[in-house]
Design a protein around this ligand. Structure first.
Ligand code: HEC
Length: 313
């Protein structure tokens, strides 16, 4: 009887252990949506080749600031709405910033974050569309201008006759699908045409056509763009990191060698554990080690992951 009970216990323990392993090995990639823009924090674990996918809806012609940084060697790939990889200048191992990237296609873009060398850690990605409020135009005769607009935007403007010109007009304002949004051309006085504006419904590049009469037929103008105020989305895609071991992953070695000569705590697991958060903050600020090289970003990340993943022995 006792043998049977023991055998059952062993089986139960094995089942629990295998389930633990299964979850640890699965390392599911996380998916999230930033909507019209915002920021995401997440992490990539060592096991399982995890890839996080962050979606964002972008509008052709809009200028977008993209930033990411990671506590590990990360690769960030950008997929356009058709799923094709697009190089926007994000290829760096730990962080990258691209300011004013002009979106080539309207639709659902995806940012894929993974580890490039099986190190693990946390990352942050920020995607911020920037809609300039005013757009300057200048032309001669009938001239067309691209006007990128989000859905639910509004655009109005003023066109002025330049030297030796008169009767500026706005002839047309077309939606991305070609539909005319002006009920009638906008005529003004001899010098200026004031357009009270229209609302936009479809995101994308709209096309405005303006003109002027007189000898030179030249004009200048300013369009004023209003876009809906969407608060940035904040995503938290952190799921888990593989636990970092004090003995096996180099935490003990670092403390023993770099702090041990002056601090007794640094040679004992339990004391290092007790001082870990204070120690990490002195390493981050560069106050410690008092002598010797400053703790590298990789060491700081290692110690921080050891703390975050539960101080494994
Ligand atoms: C060369 C000797 C030396 C080394 C190496 C050294 N320390 Fe120190 N540490 C000191 C001394 C001396 C003090 C006390 C100085 C003070 O309080 O101003 C101190 C103070 C500290 C304190 C307390 C500071 C506070 O703000 O409370 C911490 C925590 C600490 N060290 C952590 C570390 C860590 C972590 C390392 C290794 C990365 C390290 N030290 C390496 C000499 C050293």
């Amino acid at each position: 009887m006792r043998v049977v009970v023991v055998a059952l216990l062993v089986v139960a323990v094995l089942i629990v252990a295998s389930q633990r392993r299964a979850t640890a090995d699965a390392a599911p990639g996380m998916t999230g949506e930033l909507g019209a823009g915002g920021s995401a924090v997440g992490d990539i674990s060592k096991s399982g080749g995890e890839t996080d996918v962050i979606g964002v809806d972008l509008v052709q012609g809009c200028k977008v600031d993209v930033k990411w940084s990671a506590g590990f060697a990360a690769t960030v790939d950008v997929l356009d709405p058709n799923g094709s990889e697009t190089a926007i200048g994000l290829d760096n191992p730990r962080s990258a910033t691209v300011l004013g990237w002009q979106v080539p296609t309207t639709g659902h873009w995806r940012f894929l974050v993974r580890s490039s060398d099986e190190t693990q850690g946390g990352y942050r990605l920020t995607v911020t569309p920037k809609w300039a409020k005013s757009i300057k135009i200048a032309g001669t005769d009938a001239t067309t201008f691209d006007v990128p607009m989000p859905a639910d935007g509004f655009v109005r403007g003023v066109v002025r006759a330049a030297k030796n010109a008169s009767s500026p007009r706005i002839l047309s304002f077309r939606a991305p699908d070609g539909a005319e949004l002006l009920p009638a051309p906008v005529d003004g006085t001899a010098r200026v045409a004031k357009w009270t504006g229209v609302a936009t419904t479809a995101p994308g590049v709209h096309v405005l056509t303006a003109t002027a009469g007189g000898t030179s037929r030249a004009f200048t103008g300013t369009l004023t763009r209003r876009v809906p105020k969407t608060p940035p989305t904040h995503l938290d895609l952190r799921n888990f990191l593989d636990s970092v071991s004090y003995e096996k992953d180099g935490v003990a070695d670092y403390f023993r060698h770099s702090c041990g000569p002056c601090h007794g705590f640094a040679s004992s697991y339990s004391q290092t554990r007790g001082y870990a958060k204070t120690a990490l903050s002195t390493m981050r600020s560069g106050v410690m080690p008092l002598v010797g090289p400053r703790a590298s970003p990789a060491t700081i990340e290692l110690v921080s992951q050891w703390i975050r993943t539960g101080y494994q022995r």
